[in-house]
Design a protein around this ligand. Structure first.
Ligand code: SF4
Length: 341
């Protein structure tokens, strides 16, 4: 795939009709890892931003930036799927193949979803972004049924690897606005990336965020590290000359993705987990993305063994900390029995 081919599709947005089912389970789900079973609604495809580690450069066969404009049909699909499993507390994100808010000024899509989710009992919407486009959603009636989340990184990584995304300063201003509008907030420190001063920079990042995001508005905090399919290495090196992403030693995992060696991942995750607990206390829900149960054991001293168990832990956390968002007491047996659905 050439440079031009990959980037050309990002320049203009095309509105497309609803075709086939759009709601699915997050594509990275894998039996060997403790996945969270988040559901995704593929309502956008491709992204105006240009992160060097983005898996889309290796995944999309059609590079055209597309948005499904038949919102009612998307909502109908969600409606029928969450009705079929009334016992489940669904988390549904619109970020699988793009950014949930980057195009909001052009599409108005998030506002329609926020409005719908404000009325449902067994689901929350997750809008995940690296943008600062939040003004259109500030006055929506959300009932805390939408989690607005940011993929966060250090100033250095944003400047060197997350091209065209909002700067750290602009993301912070946007987060503060969304906190003030009463939304629940998600913060994803994923992918964490190694470089000389990574430890101090990630700690500073958390400290800055703790000044603007109160513990009682945190829906979840996630930690994960750089990973990609081996064939993506060449693409990164071709598409992003000068990027240092591929310099570090990496090893292949059971999901065929390469990631940092285990002792390094343990060092990174421990630093983040301990600092999060120091800044925000014991209440926020913290999870690891795409790691085996033994990593959870080492970092957090808990041992979720299965996808259903982690899915249940989210539902249980919401029921205990945000009962108006998940009024239902979750049943672990059902989460385990239907974990692959
Ligand atoms: S914001 Fe996400 S989808 Fe967009 S280029 Fe970056 S990694 Fe890819």
């Amino acid at each position: 795939m050439s440079n031009t081919y990959y980037r050309d599709g990002k320049k203009t947005v095309e509105f497309v009709p609803y075709k086939g089912e759009k709601m699915d389970t997050c594509a990275t789900i894998h039996d060997e890892y403790v996945c969270c079973n988040v559901k995704v609604l593929k309502s956008v495809s491709n992204c105006p931003f240009d992160c060097s580690y983005c898996f889309l450069q290796n995944y999309l066969t059609n590079p055209q930036l597309e948005v499904v404009d038949e919102h009612e049909k998307l909502i109908q699909e969600i409606k029928s799927k969450i009705k079929a499993q009334p016992w489940r507390f669904f988390r549904i994100g619109t970020w699988e193949l793009g950014d949930s808010l980057a195009l909001e000024n052009e599409t108005g899509q998030a506002q329609k979803f926020i409005d719908y989710f404000s009325t449902v009992n067994n689901a929350v919407l997750e809008l995940k972004t690296k943008s600062d486009v939040v003004d259109p959603i500030l006055n929506c009636k959300h009932n805390q049924k939408t989690v607005v989340s940011w993929s966060m990184n250090t100033d250095y990584i944003i400047r060197t690897e997350e091209h065209k995304t909002a700067s750290l300063k602009d993301r912070m201003v946007a987060i503060k606005k969304v906190v003030d509008a009463g939304y629940l907030i998600g913060l994803h420190f994923d992918p964490m990336i190694m470089y000389d001063d990574w430890a101090n920079d990630y700690k500073d990042l958390l400290t800055q965020l703790a000044h603007i995001v109160p513990s009682n508005q945190i829906a979840w905090l996630s930690i994960g590290s750089l990973r990609f399919n081996p064939e993506q290495k060449r693409l990164i090196e071709n598409n992003f000359r000068g990027s240092k992403l591929t310099c570090q030693e990496m090893v292949k995992g059971s999901d065929n993705k390469v990631r940092y060696v285990k002792p390094l991942r343990i060092e990174m995750y421990s630093l983040m987990f301990n600092k999060m607990r120091e800044l925000w206390g014991q209440d926020p829900f913290i999870y690891l993305c795409m790691e085996r149960w033994d990593m959870w054991d080492k970092i957090m001293d808990i041992q979720p063994r299965a996808i259903g168990e982690l899915d249940y832990m989210f539902a249980d956390h919401f029921h205990r900390f945000f009962p108006s968002v998940n009024p239902q007491i979750p049943n672990l047996d059902l989460y385990m029995k239907y974990q692959s659905t």
